[in-house]
Ligand binder design. Structure first.
Ligand code: ADP
Ligand code: MG
Length: 293
């Protein structure tokens, strides 16, 4: 490749808010035929809000919210911030939570007012041997079909509530995905979120493939699977747990508003987090490579 063309391409990319950290990234991107994106913070804003609190018989909405928020206030996950914010809006004073434990990809648990409180996905309930009654599971499924993330709250081993959070889609997402499709590129979503929730969001956005309920340390393997299927993969992500997938991909594209670890793992960085930078970079890589040939 002539370095001049690559330099010109890199300079144009910078004008579009796309920072090319690795010189050969534009070259690799030119061959990409599948773009896989993380969901939370990449396709969505990464600032979920609580949409529903559904206590089961025998539990009050206020108690469930206080207990769940007390545990989540110690979490670093955006879901934690959502629950804590809702409790604050309601003017609820949060009790202390002790023995806090976060289980990546599952949820959180702690002791609150001498009760063992767990908040998270169905797999967290399974892990703690909490039975999910059929009615609660139906509630969760309905919430998930509406593109919300359902969470279970257990108190002393008994299911106390179903809670849902929803994370708004970024304004730039639909146009970015349309542009990728126009470029003939297939679009996949890789997420730790609930399978039904992920499918509902993917349907809204016209995403071709979904890998859901992927544990944090499995994201790179999901990229490897696509590659094993013969695809040249660009992976787009923002989180600490996206770093291995960014490194595994043929081209790692990090969101500039994301975590430092992700940014350092990216070959390309989207400065303002605007996903239209992805098709712009592909377009640019193709015209740069045409100039070289
Ligand atoms: P993603 O970033 O794609 O949402 P994560 O691996 O961070 O994936 O989380 C996957 C799932 O694990 C969440 O959808 C949720 O069900 C559960 N989870 C993770 N952290 C928490 C938390 N702090 N509170 C409740 N649930 C959580
Ligand atoms: Mg993310």
């Amino acid at each position: 490749a002539t370095p001049i063309s690559v330099m010109v391409g890199t300079g144009r990319a910078a004008e579009l808010g796309v920072y090319v950290r690795e010189g050969d990234a534009l070259q690799a991107l030119h061959a990409a035929d599948l773009v896989a994106l993380d969901k939370t913070g990449t396709l969505t804003k990464g600032r979920p809000e609580v949409t529903d609190v559904r206590p089961r018989d025998g539990f009050g909405e206020t108690d469930v919210l206080r207990w769940a928020a007390a545990v989540e206030a110690q979490s670093e996950h955006p879901i934690g911030a959502a629950l804590a914010a809702r409790a604050e809006e309601r003017g609820l004073a949060l009790p202390d939570a002790t023995d806090f434990e976060a289980i990546p990809g599952h949820g959180v648990r702690a002791t609150v007012e001498e009760r063992d409180v767990a908040v998270g996905a169905a797999r967290l309930m399974e892990r703690h041997d909490v039975a999910i009654p059929a009615g609660a599971e139906e509630t969760a499924d309905r919430l998930a079909d509406a593109a919300k993330t359902p969470l279970y709250v257990a108190v002393d081993g008994t299911l106390a509530a179903v809670v849902a959070v929803a994370d708004p889609i970024k304004e730039s997402t639909p146009a970015a995905l349309d542009a990728l499709h126009t470029l003939g590129i297939e679009v996949a979503m890789v997420t730790g979120d609930d399978e039904r929730t992920a499918r509902a969001i993917a349907d809204q956005l016209g995403i071709d493939r979904v890998q859901a309920e992927v544990l944090p340390d499995e994201k790179a393997a999901a990229v490897d699977d696509f590659q094993a299927g013969g695809r040249t993969v660009a992976f787009v992500g923002d989180g600490i747990n996206d770093a291995p997938a960014l490194a595994q991909a043929d081209v790692g594209i990090a969101i500039g508003t994301g975590t430092d670890v992700a940014i350092e793992s990216g070959d390309i960085v989207l400065m303002a987090g605007d996903l239209r930078g992805v098709p712009n970079a592909v377009h640019l890589s193709r015209s740069t490579l045409r100039n070289i040939k």
